[in-house]
Design a binder for this molecule. Structure first.
Ligand code: PGA
Length: 246
């Protein structure tokens, strides 16, 4: 089955490094066609360069995503970026509510506004949820349910179905201490059931948090894990090539 693999480059690279990595991705995807859908999310400056270069779909067999968006269509939001402008340059996805953004002050209300703006701009939101610290199954389930209910509050079934959820336990991000694939699979099932119960919607749920070329295969083997959100390992073409070809 086809899975969705997202590369989140965060703010890790210089512009030159981003362009080099892009050339390596192109090469890797040209030499071996993957059955998976690839979405690359570079920093904004690199994103603009990549979008300008990405005119020919055959040589760029992946989609572009942003790492965040501003919550308004346009307006007085110094330092923010308009989802509508991103859409115009060929961006189709946006990560929203990543835990690193939440740590900078984004809350569930703001995330809901950003989701609505993304949907209006016809960007598909990739919305991140996850508990901060390791906790019991019951507690983490309740925590995530609260996050989802607040972030999706008032959205219609058709809107929720456009959203891709990323389950990213914060303790697993960049820690080399990932959530075990079998545990993640159970949580993904619970998230899907919860969204079905509350919004009558079926959603795809991806796992993120210390995914690498060794553990990716385990996650992708589970039916409730629809793909991966990869941070650190997406910066290494050696690792990412392996991950996208499982
Ligand atoms: P990581 O990051 O793969 O480096 O843990 C994942 C993320 O932050 O989305």
């Amino acid at each position: 089955m086809n899975k969705i693999i997202i590369a989140n480059w965060k703010m890790s690279l210089s512009l030159k490094q981003s362009l080099n990595l892009l050339a390596n991705y192109k090469q890797a995807l040209k030499s071996k066609k993957t059955k998976n859908q690839i979405i690359v999310c570079p920093d904004f400056l690199s994103l603009a360069y990549l979008a300008a270069k990405k005119q020919d779909k055959r040589t760029f067999p992946f989609y572009l995503g942003s790492q965040t968006i501003g919550h308004l269509k346009y307006g007085a939001l110094t330092g923010e970026i308009s989802a509508f402008n991103l859409k115009k340059i060929g961006v189709n996805y946006s990560i929203i509510g990543h835990s690193e953004r939440r740590q900078m002050g984004e809350d569930n209300d703001l995330i809901l506004k950003k989701i609505k703006t993304a949907l209006n701009a016809k960007l598909r939101p990739i919305v991140c949820f996850g508990e901060k610290n390791k906790m019991s199954k019951k507690k983490s389930q309740a925590f995530i349910e609260k996050q989802i209910k607040q972030c999706f509050s008032g959205l219609k079934k058709q809107e929720v179905e456009k959203i891709i959820i990323a389950y990213e336990p914060v303790w697993a991000i960049g820690s080399k201490n990932p959530c075990l694939a079998k545990d993640a699979n159970l949580i993904h099932k619970e998230i899907k059931d919860m969204v079905l119960k509350n919004f009558s919607a079926s959603v795809k749920v991806l796992y993120g948090g210390s995914v690498d070329d060794k553990n990716a295969k385990d996650y992708l083997a589970y039916e409730n894990i629809d793909g991966l959100l990869v941070g650190g390992a997406s910066l290494s073409i050696f690792q990412f090539k392996k991950i996208i070809n499982y």
